[in-house]
Structure formats: structure tokens, C-alpha cells
Design a protein around this ligand. Sequence first.
Ligand SMILES: [Zn+2]
Ligand SMILES: [Zn+2]
Length: 414
Amino acid sequence: MPQYNRLRGTKDVIPAQTQLWEQIIMKAARTLKLYDYSLIVTPVIEETALFIRGVGEGSDIVMKEMYNFQDKKGREIVLRPEGTASVVRAYIENSLPVKSNLYYIGPMFRYEKPQKGRDREFYQIGVESFGDPTPYKDAETVKLAETFLKELGINAFEIQVNSTGCKECKPKYIEVLLNFLEPRKAMLCEDCLKKIERGAAIRVLDCKNEKCRETVMSAPLVTAHLCEPCDTHHKLFLEALKINGVKFIENPRIVRGLDYYTKTVFEFITDKIGAQQNTILAGGRYDNLVWELGGKKTPAVGFAAGVERIAEVINAGGGFTTEDKVDIFVITDKQYIKNAYALVNTLRESGIKAVMSYEEKSFKSQFREADARKAKYAAIIGETEIQNKTVMLKNMETGEQKETNEQGIINLFK
Ligand SMILES: [Zn+2]
Ligand SMILES: [Zn+2]
């Protein structure tokens, strides 16, 4: 018999881990609804051109990491590498209301060398808010991100914020930056030289290479080169964060890897996983993307977070108690299986997690199974119970037993 293995760079998320995933998704959905967001589901496959246009030709994603192929009709298809461009396309294509708050959860794909914490398929939770140009919305989005992480018990992070300017001031700043980098090229890594060549000089600022970091220490800062509207926006954004009670630090070296950002950008950084500082959530404003992808000029702001990384941070902090306990294990003799079957059904209808063994087994082996499933109670139906129309309820932790009936059990769990 052949044996099949999952593809390189992909993973199975098995029940020992999905209990945590369920918590993350459920709590995320609750927080996002509180902030008036609605779920949007878009296809995993899209036209390759969407991301070349959306994410930017010079970005790492488009240059190196697209999981693309031709379909049977020769169309250029890509497994989506990120969520924003897809959501923007859907926003335009479905003529959604100008002001729309949308969130998504799903797999993204990047074809890169698989390494620890970097799979070719990974899950992201993200939000995109359309139609609000104000810095208050930016601050609200950061607050939402903070609430979302705190609801998951994640508190050890630093919020770093910056502005990357707009169509007016960004190119002028890049000129200034290029003039600064030109005489210092010898001090930059191979990768950074390539970034400059392909017009992504701004990304030299967040290079992790030690020498590059030293070199850009004295580089001119984007925040000192913002145009008047961008500067006003940024200052009000910082003020609104303070009103929201968000603790942040300004980091003028945050630029994000995607070309579409304008004005506000932010990252949530933690040192709780591994030695390096890690970004657990990131986002920003992108006021030109809807228009660049064929829609009306619409301001927008959003963020995305990796589910795997969030799970890792939660686990590093001791995790949740996510034991999948059974409420009641119903135990019976073979001639009363039908009675037990009916009881399990009634209990479930009352919202009680009840299980039993449908196979004919000894009492002893049923109790063993109840133990293995970490059942809180065992409900025993034997001859006496059938005659008295009762159930013997045993507390599996204390060993205490009492005679009760169906309604008694339901009341106990209310
Ligand atoms: Zn500007
Ligand atoms: Zn570098």
C-alpha cells in the first residue's frame, strides 16, 4: 500500500492544537463583532495580476514568494499570498457599501524555503475597514488589535507606530533616503542592494542585518519629511491613541514590506517566542489601493495576524486550559443500550456534552473509557435504575454517587 505524506511546507493541525485554534477564532470573532466587523470569505485562488498590482512589483512577496501556476486554460493563477488585495477586489466587485468593516480568517500561501515558523501555507486573521479617512479610525484599528490580543491573554507586546507618508511626500523622502544610501552602499548587505535596485529602498530601513541596521541609524527619518496633511494626520493619530489608552512607541524604521501602505503603519512586537523580536500583528492605512485596483478612491485601514504565531505566543505563556472534557459518560448494560442511547440524545438536546459506547462492553471497560475521556460524571443505568426510572450519577472526581433522573441531570448543568 502506498503511503501519502503532506506536501513540504504544509501541516496538519491536529486536535491537540485545534482546541487552541478554536479559542483563537471564537474569541477573535467576538471582539471583531464588538467593533462592528463582518466576516468576508474570498477564494483561495486569484488572478496573479491582482497581487502584482496590489502588493507591488518590487515587494518580496511578488518577487520571490508567489505560489503561482497556469491552469488548464493557461490562465495565470496564484494561491493568495495575503488577504488585503483579495478583500479589496471583493469590496469593489460586490459594490459593498462605501463604509464597510470586514474581517477574514483563512489560509495564505507563500512559496519560500520552509523553516521554523514559516510554512508555505499559513493562516491569517485580518481586518479591513473601508471609507474612513480619519486618524481616529487608525487609532481605533490599533485599539481593536490590542483588544483582540488581550482577549486571548496575550499582554507581552510592544506597539510600534510610524507614518510612511503619501503619494506626495513618500517619493520625495525616498529621494532623500537614496542620497543618504548612495555613498554608504559598501556597508549594505546583498539583499539591500537589490532592494535599492528594484525601487524598494525604503525597505533597507527594516533590514535585520547588523551592518545595515548600524548604517541606517543616522538615516533621515520619514516622519521629518511628511507633507502638511500627512504630518497633521500622524499627530492626531498619536493623540487619538492616547485617548484610547494605547501604550505605543514611535519607531520611524517601521515601513512594512508591502507597497500599498500610506500614512499610518504599525506593528505589534513580542520577544516571547525565540531569541529574536517577532512581529505578531501588523497593519496600516492604504488610501490608494481601492483606486489602484479599479475602484473609486476610497480610504482604508487594516491589519493581519498569523494564527500559528498567536498560538505559539499563547503556548509560550503556558497556554489555555483546553482539555476537551466530556460532561457525562453514560454507562449501561447491553440490554439497556437503547435507554442509554435515548438519554445521551436528550442530554445533548439540553446542551450537555454526553457520550457513551454503542458497543457492548463490560462496566469496567466503560468506566475506563469514561476516565480516558476525562468525563466529569458517569451516568449509570442498570436494572434497578430502569425499574425506578432513575439514573445513578457518579462524580468522577470525588467518587460521590447519587440517584437522580434525566431532569435532575439537566438541572445540574443549568
Ligand atoms: Zn504626504
Ligand atoms: Zn540589509
